[in-house]
Design a protein around this ligand. Sequence first.
Ligand SMILES: *Cc1c(COP(=O)(O)O)cnc(C)c1O
Length: 397
Amino acid sequence: MSDQNPVFIPGPTNMPDRLRRAMQVQTMDHRSPAFAAAPAPVREGCKRVFGTEAGEIVLFPASGTGGWEAAITNTLSPGDRVLVARYGMFSHRWIDMCQRHGLDVQILDCAWGSGAPAERFAEALQADRGHEIKAVLVTHNETATGVKSDIAAVRAAMDGARHPALLMVDCVSSLASMPFEMDAWGVDVAVSGSQKGFMLATGMAIVAVSTKALAAAETARLPRTFFDFRDMLGAYAKGGFPYTPPLQLIFGLDESLKMLFEEGLEQVYARHARLAEGVRRAVDAWGLKLVAEAPELYSDTVSAIYVPEGKDSNALVNHAFATYGMSFGVGLGEMNGRAFRIGHLGSLTDAMVLSGLATIEMAMADLDYPVRLGSGVIAAQAHFRATARPAMADKAA
Ligand SMILES: *Cc1c(COP(=O)(O)O)cnc(C)c1O
């Protein structure tokens, strides 16, 4: 089976050769002056991607899940109340982590396919006159359902209630693919990882922290050592790391940021929006439905797609892999068996997306889905042709 087929899972994403080469570096003494200079420009570049000037970037050897743990353990104390909406597997897992850390989790259960309910947040925050709620946790892009939430609206709900809680956002599957504005949205901790929009290998949690969250770290009593923001920032100040850094990933991130800035962040977002729209037109042409309930919720990095009644989405994903060597995302949690996912984030072109659409069409045809072979590809082609710009335009600019 060829390893040249792109993956259409929503992370880890396809690694451009340029980034694989950048991560191919020989061991280096992380206490040497040669390494000491490496993290600073990377952290500076990350600030641009998070949309923050005031925030600090912290890089942990971990995956996104470790970033969540860093966010809560650095800012909260046992028994603290946090307000979270559950509308998919990732918001659910963050809730589970909070409960396991002994936090008092106030859960707003929402339909899977909906997004962060700003009005319900507003009600809950207004009702909390004693300011028992210490943090509001939001998953920006719910990867299980392909739903993007409006973080500015959550911030407006908090401000409207004059509520001082911290706002913590999971942007693991949106950062560096869809616009993110940490400062403008008043986000206190934003959590991401190396293996999605940054197109790198898995292994680094990339976290942005506001001054307010750093102040909270001074009194927060949840235990942490590996994930302590203060140890990490203290070490950065001296050109070091509190333990062995993921050297290859830091060099990879440096190159990833160069690629993103060369293309231009606005262009990166526009490319994702355009490819996502091509996928959505294909879904429409197949006569299938997205899990995301409304167009303003559509994610530009992943589409979750219901299979027809009586079909099993796991069988479809397994068949596409076994027969054509191509990976698509299975349905997670409530969506297991009912929906499959097409990841369309990171390093992707029109041609790559078309190959994925053509392949899943073959798999659907093999399994007797009522889908006309070629219909989705044609719909996406029409969109890509209508919105094409010369492939070299960005390089030449
Ligand atoms: C991928 C992902 C995570 C983190 O997953 P890891 O496997 O720990 O990197 C968290 N939240 C969302 C929304 C994700 O898509």
